[in-house]
Design a protein around this ligand. Structure first.
Ligand code: CIR
Length: 261
C-alpha cells in the first residue's frame, strides 16, 4: 500500500549541515545500524522500501525527504536551501518519474521537503532559512490545479516546519509550541510534546501509526494516550546530524497496489 524511498547513510555524514544543534562526533557505523533499523520499521508499518545506494560525496543525502515532495497526483523536485544539498535530487528524480508525473522548483526559489506538511488538501510550508517566498509561491502555482491550498507558516528556533509540527493521525498534529505559532492550526486536534523533550514533534505517519524516536518516552506516552500506535526507533546518530524520522524517507501511496494487493 505504501512505498518508502530511502538512501543509505553517506560515509561523509560527519560533514553534514547543522543549524540549530551543536556539532558532536557521529558514530558512522552506529548511524548505519540505526538507519537499517529505521528501514525495518518502515517495512513493519507496511512500506515497500526502495533503497538508493549511499552517495558518499553528499553528507546529507540520507535525508531524502528534503529533495522531493510526493502527492498522489504529482511529484515535485525541490531546490534545497543549502547549496551543498542541491546535487542530492539527481538520483531520486528518475525513480520518482517512474511513479508520478514530475514538476520542479526552479531558481531563485528554494524549498526543503522538511518544510512541507500536507493535511488532506491543505499544504503548510515553513518559511524557514531553507525555504523562501519564491519557492513557496512556485509550489502554490504547481499544486493549485490539483486542488491543494498552500499556506506559508513562519517557524523560529528550528530547522524545518516538520521539526515543529507533524501529522500523526487524521486532523491530529503533534506540535512543539516553542517553534511555531499553534494558533494557525486551531482547527486540528493538537498534541503537544512534553516540555522536557524539545525535539519530539517530528513523527513519521504511515497509515494508522507513526514512527517516532526512542529517546522521547514522555511524548510517546501522550501519543499512546491519544490512541496513536507508535513504533520507536533509536536514531541518536541521525539526530546529531539534525535529522529524525520524517527526513530519512519519502513515503508515497503505491498507486499500482492501493490496497496492498
Ligand atoms: C540539514 O541540515 O540539511 C541536514 N543536516 C538535516 C536535514 C534534516 N531534514 C529533515 O528533517 N527534513
Amino acid at each position: 500500500m505504501w512505498i518508502a524511498i530511502t538512501r543509505d547513510v553517506s560515509a561523509s555524514l560527519a560533514g553534514c549541515q547543522l543549524s540549530f544543534v551543536p556539532r558532536v562526533p557521529i558514530d558512522l557505523e552506529l548511524a548505519r545500524q540505526q538507519h537499517a533499523e529505521y528501514v525495518r520499521a518502515l517495512e513493519s508499518r507496511g512500506c515497500r522500501v526502495l533503497a538508493l545506494p549511499a552517495q558518499d560525496d553528499l553528507p546529507d543525502a540520507v535525508f531524502v525527504e528534503d529533495v522531493a515532495l510526493v502527492f498522489d497526483e504529482v511529484a515535485v523536485m525541490t531546490r534545497p536551501g543549502a547549496e551543498s544539498r542541491r546535487g542530492e535530487g539527481a538520483s531520486v528524480a528518475p525513480l520518482l518519474a517512474s511513479l508520478r508525473p514530475m514538476r520542479a522548483i526552479e531558481a531563485p526559489g528554494t524549498l526543503d521537503g522538511g518544510d512541507v506538511m500536507r493535511v488532506g488538501r491543505q499544504v503548510y510550508v515553513g518559511r524557514s532559512a531553507r525555504s523562501n517566498d519564491e519557492g513557496i509561491e512556485q509550489l502554490r502555482t504547481l499544486l493549485a490545479p490539483f486542488g491543494y491550498r498552500v499556506h506559508a507558516v513562519v517557524t523560529h528556533g528550528c530547522l524545518h516546519l516538520k521539526s515543529a509540527v507533524t501529522v500523526v493521525a487524521d486532523d491530529t498534529l503533534l506540535v512543539q509550541p516553542a517553534w511555531v505559532d499553534v494558533a494557525q492550526f486551531a482547527g486540528y486536534r493538537l498534541i503537544e510534546v512534553d516540555s522536557a523533550e524539545e525535539h519530539a514533534a517530528n513523527a513519521l505517519r504511515i497509515g494508522d501509526g507513526v514512527i517516532h524516536p526512542l529517546c522521547f518516552p514522555r511524548t510517546r506516552e501522550r501519543l499512546a494516550q491519544a490512541g496513536i500506535d507508535v513504533t520507536t526507533v533509536d536514531v541518536s546518530e541521525l539526530q546529531k546530524a539534525e535529522g529524525a524520522t520524517t527526513c530519512c524517507s519519502l513515503v508515497l501511496r503505491d498507486l499500482a497496489h492501493p490496497h496492498g494487493d
